[in-house]
Design a protein around this ligand. Structure first.
Ligand code: SF4
Ligand code: SF4
Length: 357
């Protein structure tokens, strides 16, 4: 064996320290305390005594080159040349003197970037890729994020909610996405439509059969050609067969809807992490502004803001008041589809430990 050490492959996420503001680098992991002088501005004091102010701004999500250049120019002129993006796609600028905060805020405001997203605000929506970057989306998650944040502008720039509110959107039912106080997710309502002429050309049929969580897909011959068929009584319309087999089209302009789920939480502060639960289904997938989905989210936020106690997260508020009171306060219809009494998983869920692609 060679004594030469194996060199790393130069791909993947680069070392982030090289891009970090020098003061953050010097005091990494050694911060004494922090506060928020105003919504959208954070102030951190290091154990060394150094202080740094962070200004957080919202963006329109999918950004053109001109906007990115504009943000970089603001960073060069007003923020010591450094920026970073948060996990929710807020952009943050760091400055090492308090008197640099207001000129930076003014420059961002002049260019139309709202300052906020900190503390008990509705921060930017975490979203999946949508039509621009993925091959299977049923909606444009980033478009929903932009349309909704336009309507929630005031809640981004102020901290008037009982606790922080984290929203997410997701454009298929099976892949990316996460838990959120309010999540807007695609919901397919019909089984896939199969183009039998294409299946044998495009799909690796055993892999597609293995992919179905309820074993609803089986091999078939149609017009003398090998293909697949779906037992529609078993199909739960999850869409998992569509990515490995595009001829099993599940996206539909009418039957792919949006659903709103609430009460998810990743942190273990005050209460355990929680999974979100369905509260509204069958909402039209209506680009470019998705007004029906926005109306449902605003109803939930209004009720939460008026009724929750200080520091209650959305899911904790519902746990305290009960689901029937939640539906009364939000005026959302409660239907039989809200009752999760499905037992099929015990008998038919594909629980094989084989790795499936
Ligand atoms: S949620 Fe699904 S459709 Fe959307 S980006 Fe992720 S994998 Fe693609
Ligand atoms: S993978 Fe999902 S959508 Fe496809 S047949 Fe199975 S249950 Fe239906």
């Amino acid at each position: 064996m060679s004594s030469q050490p194996r060199m790393p492959i130069e791909s993947g996420v680069p070392d982030h320290f090289q891009y970090m503001h020098p003061m953050l680098r010097r005091n990494y992991g050694a911060w004494a305390w922090h506060d928020r002088p105003r919504p959208g501005v954070l102030h951190h004091v290091a154990e060394s005594g150094e202080e740094i102010w962070t200004v957080r701004a919202g963006t329109q999500r999918q950004m053109d080159l001109g906007t990115i250049r504009k943000l970089c120019d603001i960073a060069d002129q007003h923020a010591e040349g450094y920026v970073r993006f948060t996990i929710r796609s807020n952009i943050e600028f760091m400055v090492s003197a308090s008197e640099k905060v207001q000129p930076l805020v003014d420059a961002l405001t002049r260019e139309g970037f709202p300052i906020g997203g900190t503390g008990n605000s509705v921060s930017m929506i975490a979203h999946t890729q949508g039509w621009l970057h993925c091959d299977i989306p049923g909606t444009d998650a980033s478009g929903v994020a932009k349309a909704l944040m336009d309507e929630l502008y005031e809640e981004f720039t102020s901290e008037r909610m009982p606790n922080r509110v984290r929203l997410s959107t997701s454009c298929c039912q099976i892949n990316c996405g996460g838990q959120a106080d309010i999540a807007i997710n695609i919901q397919h309502t019909k089984p896939p439509k199969i183009d039998h002429d294409q299946v044998a050309n495009v799909c690796e049929r055993p892999a597609v059969v293995a992919r179905c969580p309820v074993a609803a897909i089986r091999p078939a011959i149609v017009n003398g050609r090998p293909t697949l068929e779906v037992d529609e009584r078993k199909c739960i319309c999850c869409g998992a067969c569509y990515p490995p087999c595009p001829p099993m089209q599940i996206n539909d302009p009418e039957h792919s809807k949006l659903a709103v789920w609430i009460g998810g939480k990743n942190s273990n502060a005050r209460s355990r992490p929680a999974m979100h639960k369905l509260v509204a289904a069958g909402i039209p997938n209506n680009p470019p502004r998705w007004p029906e989905a926005a109306a449902v989210v605003k109803k939930i936020l209004r009720a939460y803001k008026e009724d929750a106690r200080d520091w209650e997260r959305l899911g904790e508020w519902v746990e305290r008041i009960g689901w029937s009171r939640f539906f009364e306060l939000t005026e959302l219809p409660f239907t039989r589809y809200h009752i999760d009494n499905w037992r099929g998983a015990r008998h038919s869920l594909n629980a094989s430990a084989h790795i499936r692609f």
